[in-house]
Design a protein around this ligand. Structure first.
Ligand code: NAD
Length: 232
């Protein structure tokens, strides 16, 4: 029972690794650059950390090779927002990178999972932005995440006959480094007043939803887009 988590070195991915190890999963995480964070987590949790850029299909294949042949869970979580700003101000190479990581990468991970899994559950991490659009901040990012929702719905139907469930979690504003990386570390607190529950979420609260979708308790849930946004 091995679960692969892409982008597992910090934030939502690392919280999910912690939760799944507690639940008895054997976990393999991928990371792109943060070698120190990944090695620290490897030591703390006894997981395997593999450097793999999800936008590179060879890296994705290598990650799944490292996970072995009993993969029953995949959490496709790696993603980037940066840079942020009104679309008119954004540069082509930055837009392409966001599409490459968030969409092409998610498709590569889904394809590899479809090729290698014979049972189990896949969870894609999209974003509340897919529904809200994130004007003035990152409409390009929102568009990639809406595509991840569509990927979830189609793949759920494609893999259902094989007994593989595919679902998606849309996190709202969660306290992680992603906001620092997009140049606005204070964003979670800035938007808190607009969140019906009155606060940003914590990574562990997304991990709980992912763990449920991976578990047998969600045995009749597939093709679902689960919004975990504090009501946004
Ligand atoms: P984070 O920046 O803390 O962590 C991102 C992880 O993805 C890191 O482990 C990083 O190494 C990895 N990563 C980045 N690019 C990669 C690549 N090309 N290949 C492999 N790994 C790569 O971010 P987070 O907030 O934990 O975000 C996790 C997911 O949740 C992302 O898909 C993000 O879009 C989504 N999300 C986050 C929020 C939020 O407010 N934090 C809201 C909605 C959706």
């Amino acid at each position: 029972m091995t679960t692969v988590i892409t982008g597992g070195s910090r934030g939502i991915g690392a919280a999910t690794a912690r939760r799944l190890v507690r639940d008895g999963h054997k976990v393999v995480i991928s990371y792109r650059q943060a070698e120190d964070e990944a090695r620290a987590l490897e030591e703390e949790l006894g997981v395997l950390a593999v450097r793999a850029d999800t936008a590179d299909e060879t890296d994705v294949a290598r990650l799944f090779d490292a996970a072995g042949d009993d993969i029953t869970g995949v959490v496709s979580n790696a993603g980037i927002t940066s840079p942020s700003g009104p679309l008119a101000d954004l540069r082509t190479e930055d837009l392409r990178r966001v599409v490459d990581v968030n969409l092409v990468g998610a498709i590569f991970v889904a394809r590899e999972a479809a090729r290698r899994m014979s049972r189990g559950s896949i969870v894609n991490v999209s974003s509340g932005a897919a529904t809200l659009g994130s004007p003035g901040e990152y409409v390009h990012y929102a568009a990639t995440k809406a595509a991840v929702d569509a990927l979830t719905i189609g793949l759920a139907k494609e893999l259902a006959p094989r007994g593989i469930r595919v679902n998606c979690v849309q996190p709202g504003t969660i306290r992680t480094d992603i906001h620092r990386l997009s140049g606005e570390p204070g964003r979670p607190d800035r938007v808190a007043a607009r969140i019906p529950l009155g606060r940003p979420g914590e990574a562990g609260e997304i991990a709980n939803a992912i763990a449920w979708l991976l578990s047998d308790e969600a045995s009749y849930t597939t093709g679902a887009i689960l919004r975990v946004t504090g009501g946004m």
